[in-house]
Ligand binder design. Structure first.
Ligand code: CP
Length: 307
């Protein structure tokens, strides 16, 4: 693997190994034993992804280079390509990039340092997908036959796309629920109503209405009661079913605010998992590039097959 752009690049065994690696990093500290610089180039706003990449990099012993597009030469018209070439020339050993362009990663293919996709437009969000897979794995011990409903603004969501494809490949049963205007027919999974969804799901994966990506205005009156997870609907979920959301959350829009920290919610667990799965992604990629020769994780900790 040259760059970490999509979960599609990973085999099922790779995915399970990353999950196991993330869990081993939670239990055992691990530091890369050489000076390496990581730069997080976020051209779109982020709280969780950027902060958890910074924490993951520091836990691995990387030196983190600062970058804020609003205070950089981006303001003088410097392109994404020239920005990444600049970081490469100055000595960054790894880049983490988020950009609004659906296909920005095509511009960095020839780079001599590894790149991790931290969000590409409406198309891919692989680190979110992997932390979601880790969260589901912790809960159910696997994916085969688990009923996952992805609910909300599917059309504008990179999380929906990455997760639906990966979960389907891992044997989960994926369903979608969305208001008219938020559906995306390019995703070949059945659409059901929210009232059906709450009854069948093991995982209710809610999505934020992404107003910033909308090119047309959809008048959504009573969104919560018509399409969202209300307290009344939550009562109809299976006993062991969980609620997930990549966040940020529109409280009282896609979910009743009282459910965000409820017993079923794994929303803050997902954020915590994000640190460890990003550590696993970084060290996996650096090992592929010969920059990290992991030594301390005992062989028995590394997963060797699908359970
Ligand atoms: N879930 C997620 O990507 O959050 P941020 O936009 O805050 O990084």
């Amino acid at each position: 693997m040259q760059h970490f752009i999509s979960v599609d690049q990973l085999s099922e065994i790779d995915i399970f190994n990353l999950i196991k690696k993330a869990e081993s990093y939670r239990k055992h500290e691990y530091q890369i034993n050489q000076q390496l610089f990581a730069a997080n180039l976020f051209f779109e706003p982020s709280t969780r992804t950027k902060t958890s990449f910074i924490v993951a990099e520091r836990k691995l012993g990387l030196e983190v280079l600062d970058f804020h597009p609003e205070a950089s030469s981006v303001q003088k018209g410097e392109s994404l390509y020239d920005t990444v070439k600049t970081f490469e020339a100055i000595g960054a050993n790894m880049l983490v990039i988020r950009h609004e362009d659906d296909h920005w990663y095509e511009e960095v293919e020839g780079l001599s340092i590894p790149v991790i996709n931290a969000g590409a437009g409406k198309v891919e969000h692989p680190s979110q997908c992997l932390l979601d897979l880790l969260t589901i794995y912790q809960e159910f011990g696997g994916f085969e036959g688990i009923h996952i409903v992805i609910a909300g603004d599917i059309k504008h969501s990179r999380v929906a796309r990455s997760n639906a494809k990966a979960l389907d490949r891992l044997g989960a049963k994926v369903y979608l629920t969305a208001a008219n205007g938020y559906q995306d027919e390019t995703l070949q999974f059945p659409y059901i109503s929210m009232d059906e969804a709450v009854k069948i799901c093991d995982v209710m994966m809610l999505l934020r209405v992404q107003h910033e990506r909308h090119t047309e205005h959809h008048q959504m009156i009573n969104y919560l009661t018509t399409y969202g997870l209300t307290k009344e609907r939550e009562q109809k979920m299976k006993e062991k079913a969980i609620i997930m959301h990549p966040a940020p959350v529109n409280r009282g829009v896609e979910i009743d605010a009282d459910l965000i920290e409820s017993k079923r919610s794994r929303i803050f667990k997902q954020m915590n998992n994000g640190v460890f799965i990003r550590m696993a992604m970084i060290s996996h990629l650096l090992q592929k590039w010969g920059m990290d020769h992991e030594h301390h994780i005992e062989k028995r900790e590394i997963f060797t097959g699908i359970q």
